[in-house]
Design a protein around this ligand. Structure first.
Ligand SMILES: NC(=O)c1ccc[n+]([C@@H]2O[C@H](COP(=O)([O-])OP(=O)(O)OC[C@H]3O[C@@H](n4cnc5c(N)ncnc54)[C@H](OP(=O)(O)O)[C@@H]3O)[C@@H](O)[C@H]2O)c1
Length: 295
């Protein structure tokens, strides 16, 4: 299969490139080569490449920056996907688009999960833009798959897991503060890439949840990471409100992969199993980032 992968320099895109390259021809232009915001550039590339599938891992993903950069967020997260959707219709290719748990308000009682057909009700600019991206895809792409995931971590980007390791290693013997009132499923981008690879094998259309199995509070995840890596820094609970971040976040980010399971297509595993493998593989590398001052 010929795949046009957007956002390949990002956290999920990097793992998708690696995983999908094993079985497919993956063409992964940089943002400079293919800016999804430009209709002309999108069409020109689709004509030239003629892919069987477009996978869109591109996006404006900084939730707090989204609160301040409304114009560019709409361009990248809404107009970009709409261009890809209309392009996929014109060139008769499949479109896989990545969306998020932040399309929901998070007000459902924990541990009740969100299902694919629950009403969306975003509470942040980021979440709103992703809802609009989903609408643009459904309205314009005849052959689409929207995959909602959440709490992504991987080795190719800054994320909750890497920031916990880096900050806990930096502040030796001091404490780190982690929120106790947000719940979700830490999901390894490498596993999600494998799930996407599996979905390429089947003729499937619609909106699907794909997060790791099980859930935890942020603080539980942080403590789990530090225990695994034998980092002794104490973890102090705090609330999301106390952090005064520009964007609101949903409390309940738990998604159930109900439709994947119904079709026997769910390959996602327990969040702590994948975190074990990830930390085993990359724990030392993450700790060494602290020493070089990167995060
Ligand atoms: N991170 C999470 O926890 C999370 C959770 C749920 C869903 N998601 C969704 O999953 C997807 C991937 O997230 P991620 O965290 O892997 O993203 P990321 O690491 O922030 O990477 C974003 C990618 O998008 C590219 N990009 C940005 N603007 C572009 C444009 N105008 N044209 C083409 N490419 C552009 C970036 O290129 P440059 O490197 O050149 O800037 C980068 O490769 C996103 O749709 C996100 O909304 C993420």
């Amino acid at each position: 299969m010929k795949i046009l992968l957007l956002g390949a320099s990002g956290m999920l895109g990097s793992d998708c490139k690696e995983v999908l390259n094993e079985e497919h021809e993956v063409i992964a232009p940089s943002r400079q080569e293919l800016d999804i915001v430009s209709w002309d550039v999108v069409i020109e590339n689709l004509q030239k490449i003629s892919p069987d599938v477009i996978i869109n891992c591109a996006g404006f993903t900084d939730v707090d920056a989204c609160a301040k950069e409304e114009y560019i967020v709409r361009k990248v997260n809404v107009e970009g996907p709409r261009n890809l959707a209309q392009g996929s219709a014109r060139f008769h290719c499949r479109l896989i688009h990545i969306s998020t748990d932040y399309v929901f308000s998070g007000r459902k009682n924990v541990p009740q999960p969100y299902f694919e057909d629950d009403p969306v009700d975003p509470i942040s600019e980021y979440g709103k833009s992703k809802v609009e991206s989903e609408v643009a895809i459904r309205e314009n792409a005849p052959n689409y798959l929207i995959i909602r995931s959440g709490w992504l971590y991987g080795i190719h980007g800054n994320n909750f897991v890497s920031s916990i390791v880096v900050s806990a290693s930096q502040k030796k013997k001091k404490k780190i503060r982690v929120v106790e009132d947000q719940f979700g499923s830490p999901t390894w981008t490498y596993r999600l890439a494998i799930q996407i690879k599996e979905l390429l094998k089947v003729d499937l259309k619609g909106t699907f949840h794909a997060t790791a199995e099980g859930f935890c509070a942020r603080i539980e995840c942080a403590q789990y990471i530090l225990n695994k890596l034998k980092i002794k820094t104490p973890v102090e609970p705090c609330t999301m409100k106390s952090l005064h971040r520009p964007a609101k976040r949903p409390v309940n980010c738990i998604l159930e992969n109900r439709l994947l399971k119904k079709r026997g297509l769910n390959v996602m595993v327990d969040w702590n199993k994948d975190l074990d493998i990830f930390l085993e593989r990359y724990g030392k590398e993450l700790i060494s980032l602290t020493k070089t001052g990167k995060s």
